[in-house]
Design a protein. Structure first.
Length: 250
């Protein structure tokens, strides 16, 4: 009888201990996107803590402006996430608010930009999150239709702005490229192209349009415009990727 009583008490202690451990294992710490990216001190960083970030989806493959990636932003900045899906916009619509569970994912520094994705198994520093694993790491928790891009001057762009959601007012295509389409053509097919825009003081801004973009062969506006997009960095230069065809003639 005493043995059975001791066994029951011991089992209850074990059960309580296990439940307490489970609560600890499931706890999560929400941090800013800027904080998350700061963890990547070197070329890559594997996330082994229960960090989460929450942000608004501002750019995706909706109009072909990105391929196999999405940009999520909060008030501290933005991060591009590599995803192996041909229709990300359906899973993560523009203006949706997303929660990203980062434990098990990888941060990698690519051309000066810190990108989030899956752990790579080959020679690449980062892999795309498989479509069938997307729900494990990213879920839509709401919508945010009023998230405003930060207004910027071209001369102000710096490291902290990489992957940020920004707006430039009063810029125009440079004289040498007036009348051209967003993308050049090779063998009658569009190719990814960098165009040069300038502000009223003549400061240049490169705008990159992918060959997959829905408006790749459309002629660029010749008047001054406001454009909204995401700052990117590669080959030792900053450039803009327009988001959701946000091009407004002034």
């Amino acid at each position: 009888m005493i043995y059975r009583l001791l066994l029951a008490v011991f089992s209850l202690v074990l059960l309580c201990g296990c439940e307490g451990g489970m609560v600890g294992d499931n706890s999560k710490s929400e941090i800013s996107i800027a904080h998350l990216k700061s963890l990547c001190k070197g070329e890559h960083y594997r996330i082994a803590s229960d960090y989460t970030i929450r942000g608004v989806v501002v750019a995706s493959d909706w109009l072909g402006e990105l391929v196999k990636s999405v940009v999520v932003v909060d008030r501290s900045g933005g991060v591009e996430i590599a995803i192996d899906s041909r229709n990300i916009a359906e899973r993560l619509p523009i203006n949706s608010e997303a929660e990203i569970l980062c434990n098990g994912l990888m941060l990698a520094r690519l051309g000066g930009k810190v990108k989030l994705g899956a752990v790579a198994t080959g020679d690449f520093p980062i892999a795309e999150i498989d479509d069938d694993m997307l729900g494990r790491y990213i879920r839509v928790v709401g919508t945010c239709d009023d998230f405003e891009p930060a207004k910027k001057q071209i001369s102000e762009i710096g490291v902290a702005d990489i992957s940020a959601f920004v707006r430039f007012d009063g810029i125009r295509v440079c004289d040498e490229e007036r009348g051209l389409a967003w993308c050049d053509k090779v063998d009658d097919k569009p190719v990814t192209t960098y165009r040069t825009f300038v502000d009223r003081s003549g400061t240049p801004l490169s705008i990159c349009t992918l060959l997959t973009c829905d408006y790749a062969v459309e002629e660029m506006p010749t008047k001054e415009v406001s454009v909204v997009g995401v700052i990117d960095y590669s080959d030792n230069r900053y450039f803009l990727r327009i988001a959701n065809k946000s091009i407004i003639e002034l």
